[in-house]
Ligand binder design. Structure first.
Ligand SMILES: NC(=O)c1ccc[n+]([C@@H]2O[C@H](COP(=O)([O-])OP(=O)(O)OC[C@H]3O[C@@H](n4cnc5c(N)ncnc54)[C@H](OP(=O)(O)O)[C@@H]3O)[C@@H](O)[C@H]2O)c1
Length: 336
Protein backbone atom coordinates (compact mmCIF):
# COMPACT_ATOMS: atom_id res chain seq x y z
CA UNK A 1 0.00 0.00 0.00
CA UNK A 2 1.28 3.43 -0.77
CA UNK A 3 0.77 6.65 1.14
CA UNK A 4 -2.41 8.64 0.47
CA UNK A 5 -4.57 5.55 0.32
CA UNK A 6 -6.90 6.91 2.96
CA UNK A 7 -8.83 10.15 3.03
CA UNK A 8 -7.45 13.14 4.92
CA UNK A 9 -9.03 15.44 7.43
CA UNK A 10 -7.93 18.75 8.93
CA UNK A 11 -7.41 19.12 12.67
CA UNK A 12 -8.94 22.47 13.54
CA UNK A 13 -9.31 25.39 11.18
CA UNK A 14 -5.60 25.87 10.47
CA UNK A 15 -4.22 22.58 11.74
CA UNK A 16 -2.49 19.83 9.77
CA UNK A 17 -4.16 17.52 7.28
CA UNK A 18 -3.91 14.00 8.66
CA UNK A 19 -5.00 10.54 7.54
CA UNK A 20 -8.63 10.16 8.61
CA UNK A 21 -7.60 7.37 11.00
CA UNK A 22 -4.69 7.80 13.43
CA UNK A 23 -2.79 5.29 15.53
CA UNK A 24 -2.99 5.08 19.32
CA UNK A 25 0.42 4.06 20.62
CA UNK A 26 -0.33 3.73 24.34
CA UNK A 27 -0.59 -0.06 24.42
CA UNK A 28 2.91 -0.35 22.96
CA UNK A 29 4.35 0.65 26.35
CA UNK A 30 1.77 -0.02 29.05
CA UNK A 31 -1.73 -1.06 30.14
CA UNK A 32 -2.54 -3.94 27.78
CA UNK A 33 -0.02 -6.60 28.82
CA UNK A 34 3.13 -7.79 27.07
CA UNK A 35 4.25 -6.02 23.88
CA UNK A 36 6.41 -7.58 21.18
CA UNK A 37 8.60 -4.54 20.49
CA UNK A 38 9.59 -5.49 16.96
CA UNK A 39 5.95 -6.10 15.95
CA UNK A 40 5.06 -2.72 17.46
CA UNK A 41 7.80 -1.03 15.39
CA UNK A 42 6.54 -2.82 12.28
CA UNK A 43 3.05 -1.55 13.10
CA UNK A 44 4.27 2.05 13.15
CA UNK A 45 5.84 1.64 9.69
CA UNK A 46 2.77 -0.19 8.36
CA UNK A 47 0.61 2.69 9.59
CA UNK A 48 2.62 5.32 7.77
CA UNK A 49 2.65 3.15 4.67
CA UNK A 50 -1.14 2.92 4.79
CA UNK A 51 -1.62 6.69 4.99
CA UNK A 52 -1.91 7.05 8.78
CA UNK A 53 -0.08 10.20 9.82
CA UNK A 54 -1.44 11.08 13.29
CA UNK A 55 0.39 9.18 16.03
CA UNK A 56 -0.91 9.52 19.57
CA UNK A 57 1.09 9.26 22.79
CA UNK A 58 1.23 10.92 26.23
CA UNK A 59 3.94 11.64 28.77
CA UNK A 60 2.24 9.29 31.25
CA UNK A 61 2.22 6.19 29.01
CA UNK A 62 4.93 4.06 30.54
CA UNK A 63 6.00 7.19 32.45
CA UNK A 64 7.78 8.61 29.39
CA UNK A 65 8.69 5.24 27.86
CA UNK A 66 6.09 5.51 25.08
CA UNK A 67 7.45 8.87 23.91
CA UNK A 68 10.99 7.45 24.00
CA UNK A 69 9.84 4.39 22.06
CA UNK A 70 8.39 6.63 19.34
CA UNK A 71 11.45 8.90 19.05
CA UNK A 72 13.43 6.88 16.45
CA UNK A 73 10.34 6.42 14.26
CA UNK A 74 9.52 10.11 14.54
CA UNK A 75 13.12 11.07 13.76
CA UNK A 76 13.16 8.89 10.64
CA UNK A 77 9.94 10.36 9.21
CA UNK A 78 9.59 13.72 10.96
CA UNK A 79 8.07 15.65 8.04
CA UNK A 80 5.38 13.02 7.36
CA UNK A 81 4.19 12.57 10.94
CA UNK A 82 1.79 14.59 13.07
CA UNK A 83 2.85 13.76 16.62
CA UNK A 84 0.34 14.29 19.41
CA UNK A 85 1.26 14.03 23.08
CA UNK A 86 -0.33 15.05 26.37
CA UNK A 87 0.39 16.38 29.85
CA UNK A 88 -1.58 16.53 33.12
CA UNK A 89 -1.58 13.06 34.63
CA UNK A 90 1.32 13.26 37.06
CA UNK A 91 3.19 10.15 38.13
CA UNK A 92 5.89 9.73 40.74
CA UNK A 93 9.25 7.96 40.44
CA UNK A 94 7.56 4.89 41.91
CA UNK A 95 5.00 4.93 39.02
CA UNK A 96 2.19 5.85 41.39
CA UNK A 97 -0.39 8.28 40.04
CA UNK A 98 -0.02 11.67 41.73
CA UNK A 99 -3.16 13.34 40.48
CA UNK A 100 -3.98 15.83 37.74
CA UNK A 101 -1.78 18.91 37.24
CA UNK A 102 -2.94 21.85 35.11
CA UNK A 103 -0.93 24.71 36.62
CA UNK A 104 1.26 26.78 34.25
CA UNK A 105 4.53 25.88 36.02
CA UNK A 106 3.78 22.18 35.58
CA UNK A 107 2.82 22.67 31.92
CA UNK A 108 6.09 24.51 31.16
CA UNK A 109 8.05 21.69 32.76
CA UNK A 110 6.01 18.89 31.15
CA UNK A 111 6.52 20.17 27.60
CA UNK A 112 10.30 20.19 28.04
CA UNK A 113 10.18 16.54 29.14
CA UNK A 114 8.07 15.48 26.15
CA UNK A 115 10.28 17.35 23.66
CA UNK A 116 13.38 15.73 25.15
CA UNK A 117 11.96 12.20 25.11
CA UNK A 118 10.48 12.54 21.61
CA UNK A 119 13.79 14.05 20.41
CA UNK A 120 11.96 16.73 18.46
CA UNK A 121 12.00 20.53 18.41
CA UNK A 122 8.23 20.89 18.21
CA UNK A 123 5.10 18.96 19.20
CA UNK A 124 2.44 19.11 16.47
CA UNK A 125 -0.55 18.71 18.79
CA UNK A 126 -0.30 19.15 22.57
CA UNK A 127 -3.24 18.01 24.67
CA UNK A 128 -4.31 18.65 28.22
CA UNK A 129 -4.99 15.02 29.19
CA UNK A 130 -7.32 15.70 32.13
CA UNK A 131 -8.88 18.78 33.68
CA UNK A 132 -8.22 19.85 37.28
CA UNK A 133 -11.26 22.01 38.03
CA UNK A 134 -9.32 23.74 40.82
CA UNK A 135 -7.15 25.52 38.21
CA UNK A 136 -8.97 28.11 36.07
CA UNK A 137 -9.11 26.78 32.52
CA UNK A 138 -8.08 30.16 31.08
CA UNK A 139 -4.85 29.96 33.10
CA UNK A 140 -3.97 26.50 31.77
CA UNK A 141 -4.92 27.24 28.16
CA UNK A 142 -3.10 30.57 28.45
CA UNK A 143 0.06 28.67 29.43
CA UNK A 144 -0.47 26.24 26.54
CA UNK A 145 -0.92 29.18 24.13
CA UNK A 146 2.39 30.57 25.36
CA UNK A 147 4.04 27.32 24.21
CA UNK A 148 2.61 27.95 20.72
CA UNK A 149 4.06 31.48 20.75
CA UNK A 150 7.45 30.07 21.80
CA UNK A 151 7.35 27.63 18.86
CA UNK A 152 7.44 24.52 21.08
CA UNK A 153 3.94 23.40 20.12
CA UNK A 154 1.94 23.87 16.90
CA UNK A 155 -1.69 23.13 17.86
CA UNK A 156 -3.61 22.72 21.10
CA UNK A 157 -5.97 19.95 22.14
CA UNK A 158 -8.04 18.93 25.15
CA UNK A 159 -9.16 15.56 26.43
CA UNK A 160 -12.20 14.67 28.54
CA UNK A 161 -13.61 18.18 28.75
CA UNK A 162 -17.28 19.13 28.69
CA UNK A 163 -18.89 21.23 25.97
CA UNK A 164 -18.86 24.29 28.23
CA UNK A 165 -15.16 23.80 29.00
CA UNK A 166 -14.35 23.41 25.31
CA UNK A 167 -16.09 26.72 24.56
CA UNK A 168 -14.27 28.46 27.39
CA UNK A 169 -10.88 27.16 26.25
CA UNK A 170 -11.51 27.94 22.59
CA UNK A 171 -12.18 31.58 23.50
CA UNK A 172 -8.65 31.80 24.98
CA UNK A 173 -6.86 30.07 22.08
CA UNK A 174 -8.18 28.03 19.13
CA UNK A 175 -8.44 24.35 20.03
CA UNK A 176 -7.66 22.08 17.09
CA UNK A 177 -8.87 18.77 18.52
CA UNK A 178 -10.92 17.28 21.31
CA UNK A 179 -9.82 13.75 22.25
CA UNK A 180 -12.35 11.84 24.33
CA UNK A 181 -13.64 8.29 24.53
CA UNK A 182 -16.27 7.64 21.85
CA UNK A 183 -17.39 4.28 20.58
CA UNK A 184 -20.41 2.03 20.19
CA UNK A 185 -20.04 1.37 23.94
CA UNK A 186 -19.25 4.92 25.15
CA UNK A 187 -21.44 7.78 24.02
CA UNK A 188 -21.59 10.15 27.01
CA UNK A 189 -19.66 12.74 24.95
CA UNK A 190 -22.77 13.21 22.85
CA UNK A 191 -24.40 15.00 25.82
CA UNK A 192 -22.43 18.24 25.32
CA UNK A 193 -18.88 17.90 23.99
CA UNK A 194 -19.78 16.70 20.50
CA UNK A 195 -22.21 19.56 19.87
CA UNK A 196 -19.69 22.15 21.07
CA UNK A 197 -16.94 20.66 18.87
CA UNK A 198 -19.27 20.74 15.86
CA UNK A 199 -20.23 24.35 16.55
CA UNK A 200 -16.62 25.53 17.04
CA UNK A 201 -15.06 23.62 14.14
CA UNK A 202 -12.94 21.51 16.50
CA UNK A 203 -11.92 18.08 15.17
CA UNK A 204 -12.99 15.10 17.29
CA UNK A 205 -10.38 12.42 17.98
CA UNK A 206 -12.23 9.45 19.51
CA UNK A 207 -10.00 7.43 21.82
CA UNK A 208 -10.62 3.76 22.62
CA UNK A 209 -12.89 3.53 19.54
CA UNK A 210 -12.76 -0.26 19.84
CA UNK A 211 -13.93 -0.16 23.45
CA UNK A 212 -10.37 -1.08 24.51
CA UNK A 213 -10.64 -4.18 22.35
CA UNK A 214 -14.02 -5.40 23.63
CA UNK A 215 -15.83 -4.38 20.43
CA UNK A 216 -13.52 -6.54 18.31
CA UNK A 217 -15.09 -9.68 19.76
CA UNK A 218 -11.68 -11.01 20.70
CA UNK A 219 -12.36 -11.02 24.45
CA UNK A 220 -14.13 -13.72 26.38
CA UNK A 221 -15.73 -12.83 29.71
CA UNK A 222 -13.14 -13.10 32.47
CA UNK A 223 -10.30 -13.87 30.04
CA UNK A 224 -8.20 -10.72 30.53
CA UNK A 225 -4.65 -11.73 31.39
CA UNK A 226 -2.73 -10.76 34.55
CA UNK A 227 -0.94 -7.43 34.31
CA UNK A 228 -3.54 -6.11 31.89
CA UNK A 229 -5.24 -3.02 33.28
CA UNK A 230 -8.55 -4.05 31.72
CA UNK A 231 -8.87 -6.58 34.54
CA UNK A 232 -9.77 -3.54 36.69
CA UNK A 233 -12.28 -2.06 34.24
CA UNK A 234 -15.93 -2.62 35.20
CA UNK A 235 -16.96 -3.54 31.65
CA UNK A 236 -14.48 -6.38 31.41
CA UNK A 237 -15.34 -8.16 34.62
CA UNK A 238 -17.81 -10.78 35.76
CA UNK A 239 -21.47 -10.43 34.90
CA UNK A 240 -20.86 -7.07 33.17
CA UNK A 241 -18.55 -8.71 30.64
CA UNK A 242 -21.15 -11.37 29.88
CA UNK A 243 -23.87 -8.74 29.38
CA UNK A 244 -21.59 -6.70 27.14
CA UNK A 245 -20.54 -9.71 25.08
CA UNK A 246 -24.19 -10.37 24.21
CA UNK A 247 -24.46 -6.78 22.93
CA UNK A 248 -22.01 -7.58 20.14
CA UNK A 249 -24.57 -9.68 18.27
CA UNK A 250 -25.75 -6.94 15.85
CA UNK A 251 -22.15 -5.87 15.28
CA UNK A 252 -21.34 -9.47 14.35
CA UNK A 253 -24.31 -9.69 11.99
CA UNK A 254 -23.43 -6.47 10.18
CA UNK A 255 -19.79 -7.51 9.92
CA UNK A 256 -20.82 -10.79 8.32
CA UNK A 257 -23.05 -9.02 5.78
CA UNK A 258 -20.09 -6.87 4.67
CA UNK A 259 -17.46 -9.62 4.83
CA UNK A 260 -15.82 -7.35 7.41
CA UNK A 261 -14.61 -7.79 10.98
CA UNK A 262 -16.27 -6.49 14.14
CA UNK A 263 -13.42 -4.02 14.60
CA UNK A 264 -14.10 -2.59 11.13
CA UNK A 265 -17.80 -2.14 11.87
CA UNK A 266 -17.01 -0.42 15.18
CA UNK A 267 -14.57 1.94 13.44
CA UNK A 268 -16.93 2.67 10.54
CA UNK A 269 -19.63 3.61 13.09
CA UNK A 270 -17.28 6.10 14.77
CA UNK A 271 -16.18 7.61 11.46
CA UNK A 272 -19.75 8.13 10.36
CA UNK A 273 -20.35 10.29 13.47
CA UNK A 274 -18.83 13.20 11.52
CA UNK A 275 -21.79 13.31 9.19
CA UNK A 276 -24.37 12.47 11.86
CA UNK A 277 -23.23 15.30 14.17
CA UNK A 278 -21.92 17.83 11.63
CA UNK A 279 -18.34 17.65 12.89
CA UNK A 280 -15.59 19.11 10.68
CA UNK A 281 -13.50 16.00 11.21
CA UNK A 282 -13.55 12.74 13.16
CA UNK A 283 -10.17 11.01 13.37
CA UNK A 284 -10.34 7.89 15.55
CA UNK A 285 -7.09 6.56 16.97
CA UNK A 286 -7.52 2.80 17.45
CA UNK A 287 -4.58 1.24 19.24
CA UNK A 288 -2.84 -1.84 17.96
CA UNK A 289 0.62 -3.39 18.15
CA UNK A 290 0.17 -5.75 15.22
CA UNK A 291 0.71 -4.82 11.54
CA UNK A 292 -2.07 -7.10 10.27
CA UNK A 293 -4.59 -5.52 12.66
CA UNK A 294 -3.38 -2.07 11.65
CA UNK A 295 -4.15 -2.86 8.00
CA UNK A 296 -7.52 -4.33 9.00
CA UNK A 297 -8.40 -1.18 10.96
CA UNK A 298 -7.29 1.18 8.19
CA UNK A 299 -9.44 -0.73 5.70
CA UNK A 300 -12.46 0.30 7.81
CA UNK A 301 -12.06 3.83 6.43
CA UNK A 302 -13.54 2.42 3.21
CA UNK A 303 -16.55 0.80 4.89
CA UNK A 304 -19.89 2.65 5.00
CA UNK A 305 -22.79 1.42 7.10
CA UNK A 306 -26.35 1.90 5.84
CA UNK A 307 -28.96 3.89 7.79
CA UNK A 308 -30.66 0.58 8.65
CA UNK A 309 -27.39 -0.81 10.01
CA UNK A 310 -26.73 2.35 12.02
CA UNK A 311 -30.23 2.01 13.48
CA UNK A 312 -29.47 -1.58 14.56
CA UNK A 313 -26.38 -0.36 16.41
CA UNK A 314 -28.14 2.58 18.05
CA UNK A 315 -29.41 0.85 21.24
CA UNK A 316 -26.08 -0.77 22.19
CA UNK A 317 -24.51 2.00 24.26
CA UNK A 318 -27.62 2.40 26.39
CA UNK A 319 -27.40 -1.26 27.44
CA UNK A 320 -23.71 -1.46 28.31
CA UNK A 321 -23.04 -2.73 31.82
CA UNK A 322 -20.36 -0.94 33.83
CA UNK A 323 -18.73 2.48 33.63
CA UNK A 324 -15.78 3.40 31.39
CA UNK A 325 -13.38 3.63 34.37
CA UNK A 326 -13.46 2.28 37.94
CA UNK A 327 -13.22 5.93 39.05
CA UNK A 328 -15.03 8.32 36.74
CA UNK A 329 -14.17 11.47 38.72
CA UNK A 330 -11.70 12.93 36.22
CA UNK A 331 -13.83 12.34 33.12
CA UNK A 332 -15.98 14.97 31.42
CA UNK A 333 -19.08 12.95 32.35
CA UNK A 334 -18.43 13.69 36.03
CA UNK A 335 -18.63 17.46 35.45
CA UNK A 336 -21.73 17.56 33.28
N1 LIG B 1 -7.07 10.74 26.16
C1 LIG B 1 -7.20 9.70 26.94
O1 LIG B 1 -7.54 9.81 28.13
C2 LIG B 1 -6.96 8.32 26.39
C3 LIG B 1 -7.37 7.18 27.12
C4 LIG B 1 -7.14 5.93 26.56
C5 LIG B 1 -6.53 5.81 25.31
N2 LIG B 1 -6.13 6.93 24.64
C6 LIG B 1 -5.49 6.85 23.32
O2 LIG B 1 -6.35 6.17 22.43
C7 LIG B 1 -5.67 5.07 21.82
C8 LIG B 1 -6.62 3.94 21.51
O3 LIG B 1 -7.34 3.53 22.66
P1 LIG B 1 -7.11 2.12 23.35
O4 LIG B 1 -5.82 1.52 22.88
O5 LIG B 1 -7.32 2.35 24.79
O6 LIG B 1 -8.36 1.26 22.89
P2 LIG B 1 -8.92 0.71 21.50
O7 LIG B 1 -8.25 1.36 20.38
O8 LIG B 1 -10.38 0.81 21.63
O9 LIG B 1 -8.55 -0.85 21.59
C9 LIG B 1 -7.23 -1.29 21.63
C10 LIG B 1 -7.26 -2.78 21.87
O10 LIG B 1 -7.88 -3.44 20.77
C11 LIG B 1 -7.00 -4.42 20.23
N3 LIG B 1 -7.20 -4.37 18.77
C12 LIG B 1 -6.91 -3.33 17.95
N4 LIG B 1 -7.27 -3.61 16.67
C13 LIG B 1 -7.80 -4.85 16.70
C14 LIG B 1 -8.35 -5.70 15.71
N5 LIG B 1 -8.45 -5.31 14.45
N6 LIG B 1 -8.79 -6.93 16.08
C15 LIG B 1 -8.72 -7.34 17.37
N7 LIG B 1 -8.20 -6.58 18.36
C16 LIG B 1 -7.74 -5.35 18.02
C17 LIG B 1 -5.62 -4.02 20.67
O11 LIG B 1 -4.78 -5.15 20.81
P3 LIG B 1 -3.30 -5.22 20.14
O12 LIG B 1 -2.59 -3.97 20.54
O13 LIG B 1 -2.72 -6.42 20.76
O14 LIG B 1 -3.54 -5.31 18.68
C18 LIG B 1 -5.88 -3.39 22.02
O15 LIG B 1 -5.98 -4.40 23.01
C19 LIG B 1 -4.57 4.74 22.83
O16 LIG B 1 -3.53 4.01 22.23
C20 LIG B 1 -4.16 6.10 23.33
O17 LIG B 1 -3.24 6.68 22.41
C21 LIG B 1 -6.35 8.17 25.17
Amino acid sequence: MSEDTIARARLGTDGPLVGVQGLGCMGMSEFYGHTDESAARETLEAALDAGVTLFDTADMYGRGANEEFLAPFLGAHRDRITIATKFAIARGEDDQFRGVRNDPAYIRQAVEGSLRRLKTEVIDLYYMHRRDPAVPLAESVGAMAELVRRGLVRQLGLSEVTGAELREAHAVHPIAALQSEWSLFSRDVERSAVGAAAELGVAFVPYSPLGRGFLTGSFRAGAVSDGDFRADLPRFSGANAETNEALLEPVRRIAKAHGATLAQVALAWVQQRAEVHGLVAVVPIPGTRKPERLRENVAATRLTLSPAELALLEPIAGQVAGERYPDMSSTSAARE
